[in-house]
Design a protein around this ligand. Structure first.
Ligand SMILES: *[C@@H]1O[C@H](CO)[C@@H](O)[C@H](O)[C@H]1NC(C)=O
Ligand SMILES: *[C@@H]1O[C@H](CO)[C@@H](O)[C@H](O)[C@H]1NC(C)=O
Ligand SMILES: *[C@@H]1O[C@H](CO)[C@@H](O)[C@H](O)[C@H]1NC(C)=O
Length: 421
């Protein structure tokens, strides 16, 4: 049992509040200090409201005396300057011998400075738009294996388990995302204070996290975030909370110059995988087949338009296709984003696509089997129920319906699709 599961179990046993608080604190510390791969159960975890509440209470204990307020401002900015200088040197070291292969990007890039915001350059900004349990942690990790990548993992966590489909949330979501990509933190206090309560999300950004572990006093300081962010030539963001209808706004911003991938998965696989996440069932946005598939239909229609409008900046990937041929697909993905298919990435694929360590949360897996577990894990009745709500979504995205229980166990559920209405 992982730490998070254990703490959920304890809560379900209705331990008294004090015990709960102590356990919450313990696990927050545990999550805070644990390395990224030390605890695969962290993948795509969504904390329950109760856990968040207990974290909020103990956050006060944990961080009260470690935040920046107790330091003098100029000694603090000197500290930050020192950290930045070291980070700058380490990035330029990591970038030695880098090949700039991005003929597909709108800008021409031949040297590091062209990509650095602190030198008035524009970083390569790679976005993954998808929904919960569609393989985006896996895809995100593959892109994040690239050096000098500043990873925003689920920037909209504070929005809770909702899908943003339009007003009133859309404007706020887009503002947060744009500010983060521009390294502008002056209006992001709510983002930072949420990050403070759920530090595991920041830990996906290995560069930021390394600094946070070493310099806890500046970890949630907005000037620090802003200056650190501007040092990085590459940014990656994965977002499960936006429908493509909303996310497409990001493509209209020429200065931001984002490259966007829509990641799609078979709704039967999505819903099977979500069933076992206790944060999911209470939210209809997450657990209702009809809502999930309405989003898939809407995403398809928008994707058809975006493919025409931005053929070099927008791309669709189905999780199943990616998993069946991860090397070729990862290479294509890198090419699309304008990234050099780095030896580090090959190494990541070698170690993360072939074994199966039998951990629900792990991205160490047999990637060919992972997308298809639903065929044996769901009953035919469950599959039928999903298929009834998902006929159109499945037709658009090329997923074949199962006809009966024995068919379900052996058929190939994936066929071709064409982005055309
Ligand atoms: C924070 O520091 C103050 C004085 O420096 C001390 O009185 C207080 O107990 C500390 N709080 C915690 C939670 O450690
Ligand atoms: C540009 O992108 C397209 C579509 O993803 C791809 O087919 C093509 O090979 C890319 N060109 C280069 C030079 O990377
Ligand atoms: C199940 O469906 C398949 C494909 O339609 C069909 O060939 C097979 O006869 C069916 N089996 C049963 C037991 O109905």
């Amino acid at each position: 049992m992982s730490g998070v599961e254990l703490s959920h179990w304890i809560m379900s046993k209705k331990t008294n509040f004090c015990g709960l608080l102590v356990m919450g604190c313990f696990f927050s510390v545990f999550l805070f200090f644990d390395g990224k791969y030390g605890n695969p159960s962290m993948y795509e975890m969504q904390p329950s409201a109760a856990l968040l509440e207990s974290k909020k209470n103990c956050r006060t204990l944990l961080f009260q005396n470690t935040t920046a307020d107790k330091k003098q401002p100029d000694s603090e900015s000197k500290d930050i300057e020192k950290i930045l200088n070291k980070q700058r040197a380490s990035i330029s070291n990591d970038m030695k011998g880098y090949q700039y292969p991005n003929e597909n990007n709108s800008m021409s890039v031949s040297k590091l400075e062209d990509l650095l915001m602190e030198k008035n350059g524009t970083p390569i900004r790679s976005i993954i738009v998808t929904s919960w349990r569609s393989g985006s942690t896996f895809l995100g990790d593959i892109v994040n294996a690239h050096p000098a990548n500043y990873y925003y993992y689920e920037p909209l966590l504070a929005f809770d388990i909702v899908r943003v489909r339009g007003p009133p949330l859309a404007a706020k979501a887009l503002k947060w995302i744009t500010d983060l990509l521009n390294c502008e933190y002056q209006d992001l206090d709510e983002y930072l204070s949420y990050a403070k309560e759920t530090p595991w999300a920041l830990s996906y950004n290995r560069y930021l996290w390394k600094q946070c572990k070493a310099h806890k006093d500046v970890c949630y300081n907005r000037n620090f975030h802003s200056s650190l962010c501007k040092l990085f030539p590459f940014q990656l963001m994965k977002i499960v909370r936006l429908r493509l209808q909303v996310a497409q706004e990001l493509l209209t911003d020429e200065k931001l110059a984002v490259q966007m991938v829509l990641l799609v998965r078979d709704p039967r696989g999505i819903l099977q995988s979500r069933k076992h996440r206790d944060w999911c069932p209470p939210s209809p946005d997450c657990s209702e087949p009809a809502l999930t598939c309405a989003d898939l239909v809407s995403d398809y229609k928008v994707a058809v338009e975006l493919q025409k409008k931005y053929p070099s900046r927008f791309k669709v990937i189905r999780y199943e296709d990616f998993s069946l041929d991860p090397y070729k697909q990862a290479e294509e993905l890198y090419k699309f984003y304008g990234l050099f298919f780095h030896p580090e990435t090959k190494k990541f694929l070698d170690t993360h696509t072939k074994t199966n360590r039998d951990e629900v949360w792990s991205t160490f897996r047999d990637s060919k089997a992972a997308p298809f577990h639903w065929r044996t894990e769901l009953t035919f009745e469950e599959v039928e129920e999903i298929q009834e709500s998902c006929t159109t979504a499945m037709k658009y995205w090329g997923y074949v319906p199962a006809m009966n229980a024995s068919h379900q166990k052996e058929f190939n559920p994936v066929t071709n699709y064409v982005l055309k209405l």
